[in-house]
Design a protein around this ligand. Sequence first.
Ligand code: 2HG
Ligand code: ZN
Length: 475
Amino acid sequence: MMQQQALQGLRERLGPAGFTDDASDLAPWLTDWRGWRTGRALAMASPASLEEVRFVVQAAVAERIPIVPQGGNTSMVAGATPEADGQAIILSLRRMRRIRAVSIEDNALVAEAGVVLTQVHDAAAAAGRLFPLSLGAKGSATVGGLVSTNAGGVQVLRYGTMRALTLGVEAVLPDGTVHHGLKALRKDNRGYDLKHLLIGAEGTLGVVTAATLALVPRPVERAVAWVGLVRLDAALPLLRRLEAATGGQISSFEIVPQAGLDLVTHHLANARAPLAGRHQWHVLIEADTSRPGDPLADAMRDSLGAAVESGEVADAVIAGSEAQAEALWLLRESLPEAERREGGAAKHDIAVSVADMPAFIIQTAPAVESAFPGARVLAFGHLGDGNVHFNVRAPEGADGEAWLRQNSGAINRFVDDAVVAMGGTISAEHGIGVLKRDEFVRLAEPGRLEWMRAVKSALDPLGIMNPGKLLPPCD
Ligand code: 2HG
Ligand code: ZN
């Protein structure tokens, strides 16, 4: 009864654009991007202002209605999907899509939580700057989700994750108060940093409504290369050689195995392999410069040429135009979608130290494939950060979905144990959400969970913020 009254209050305050409990409106937002979890929800509230978000949170707190904040719904760990009990409301931030300010002098912009990443890029470009974080889901991932998951992407090597690029956060906390933290303070040393607690909290400590994002000089030129490698352990020496040759201007260093490239060329219309031959490993490399006249392309060409001559690199091509550069990037960025169309995988967004990652892949891929006969490891991504997507696909010809349902738990434990044995992390990028929660709990260092629970219960004593994500639900 009280719950119904609270929902009616939301309906009246937010109007038809801001509130729905219609099953067909809710349906697209109840399943995660990978299709692993489908939940239910009482309703979806879509506030369009900070005050409206505050109203929703206060109403939900009063009636103890759980809140599942949601942006572009591109989580890889079902982090924005409501539970199956149907007791929560989805709090969509998608109507909060204003760029509130751009300041060249602060070298920053303020974007509301529902602003899509490509809009941030466009706003930065219009001011002659760059927001240096990009990822495959840039056309749908939103600022609130990027902050709340401490997103990474393909330029972390040079510019860092959202944690490095978020200068300030505005958020509604679970008690209904607002954290007004948008001032772009480059330095603020007053003890505990609420901003950093909210970044990567996966919506469990409050609702991020806007963020101040750091900008950098806009590159005037980029050199984008596709390289074929004979051996994976040639990759890191190549990265360091190119960094030296370009004065530290390598922004992306992404590995793609031949099997990954095959998947993309199979599924992506008009896609062509960039090199004539087949190579066990490929690397997509980007170097950027914001200095006019910088001989960046020459440096890349000379270094790659020398590496081909010495046999470290099997073959390489440098994009001759922006269109070619975009086409190379599209190959890399289409890999998750191609993998999804091919039946998906048990995904592991793991990291070990950069230096250890080639050995990790070389040892662990065959170990997984022999422990799970027929399984196919597809390791790709951010080698320059020591973070790859160590994805395990079903055997050729198997019913992929059934096979994954049956084996993914054991595969996850196998891979995660190997990661922990090498001193790594089971999530370097996608977060914990609900899909990695059990593994997180199983493998977390002593004390870590207690420490996190203490923070959670201090800020969200009723446990209504994105319950069941990151930590098991409170008893
Ligand atoms: C990427 O790097 C994303 O493309 C997705 O983080 C990785 O699909 C994946 O496993
Ligand atoms: Zn990634």
